[in-house]
Design a protein around this ligand. Structure first.
Ligand code: OGA
Ligand code: MN
Length: 294
């Protein structure tokens, strides 16, 4: 063998177990601290596309290993809120409700409204990996809604109303919550604001890898539908949203210690169900850049 041969890591023996319901599969027996060979990576990629969400159970990986694995899927995106990036690893956003010495250690209101990560960017996220660090003894679930199914089952009059339309997405759509006990999102600097100018995306997008259509609007970041009067747009978005999050479209992830969840932001929107304030919750997120929606 020439010294330059591309030696591959050995295959790992692991199972992909679809969860009950429409969305999600558990991946059991895979160790993400080891580099994956191409065949194992292809199985994981396939499972992610088929199930829109995969749960890697029982992972014991470093921030760098999470970053390295995430990078297999694409370029990583760095969140605009620099104060919540992991020291030395800006590719990791800390999602946490913990406040230490009056300082929030992470973004505490991530996922307070239904959303698709970074949909307010020209190139929204393909998928996000969220790795449990500390979990509350009660609550703290994450909900996911299947936007392919939401589109497929959308009543005809709503389909007709939005097909071919564009909508505006804005990072600051729900930015300031003056009622919140902790201000997780202090005023943005001019430099930060320049990173989050509003963008328009199709209301119905086609998934670039599975070819299926999906609704691509959310209560978190979509402000209005282009070309419609304000009240009509608001009403239409409200109806689409109510339909999208009907119980039959929604999957609830109940976190287990050492879970890493990898979801597809092109297929799903998600919501943090929340937990009592006094219980500590902390997770590490990496966010993979996707294509311009079409
Ligand atoms: C996120 C997010 C939800 C949660 O990290 O992108 O929306 O349950 N998190 O923490
Ligand atoms: Mn999110």
């Amino acid at each position: 063998m020439p010294a330059t041969s591309l030696a591959q890591p050995a295959s790992q023996s692991f199972d992909v177990r679809p969860l009950q319901g429409l969305v999600g599969a558990e991946i059991v027996g895979l160790d993400l601290s080891q580099p994956l060979n191409d065949a194992d990576f292809a199985r994981v990629h396939r499972a992610h596309l088929d199930h829109h969400l995969v749960v890697f159970r029982d992972q014991h990986i470093t921030p760098q290993q999470q970053i390295d694995f995430s990078r297999r899927f694409g370029v990583l995106q760095i969140h605009v809120l620099k104060q919540f990036l992991l020291a030395g690893h800006p590719e990791i956003l800390i999602v946490s409700n913990i406040v230490e010495n009056g300082q929030p250690v992470g973004l505490g209101d991530a996922g307070k409204y239904w959303h698709s990560d970074l949909s307010y960017k020209e190139l929204p996220s393909l998928g996000s990996m969220l790795y449990a660090q500390e979990l509350p003894s009660e609550g703290g679930d994450t909900l996911f809604a299947d936007m392919h199914r939401a589109w497929d089952t959308l009543p005809a009059h709503l389909r007709a109303a939005v097909e071919g339309k564009q909508s505006v997405h804005s990072y600051t759509a729900r930015y300031s919550d003056t009622q919140a006990a902790v201000n997780w999102r202090p005023n943005l600097t001019a430099e930060q604001l320049a990173q989050v100018v509003t963008v328009t995306h199709p209301v119905v997008r086609t998934h670039p890898e599975n070819g299926r259509k999906a609704l691509f609007v959310s209560e978190g970041f979509t402000t209005h539908i282009v070309g419609l009067p304000e009240d009509e747009s608001r009403d239409l978005l409200a109806q689409i949203h109510a339909h999208s999050v009907l119980p039959e479209n929604v999957h609830r992830h109940q976190w287990q210690a050492h879970d890493m969840v990898f979801w597809d932001n092109r297929s799903l929107i998600h919501l943090a169900a929340g937990c009592p304030d006094h219980l500590r919750r902390k997770l590490h997120r990496t966010t993979i850049q996707g294509d311009a929606p079409f």
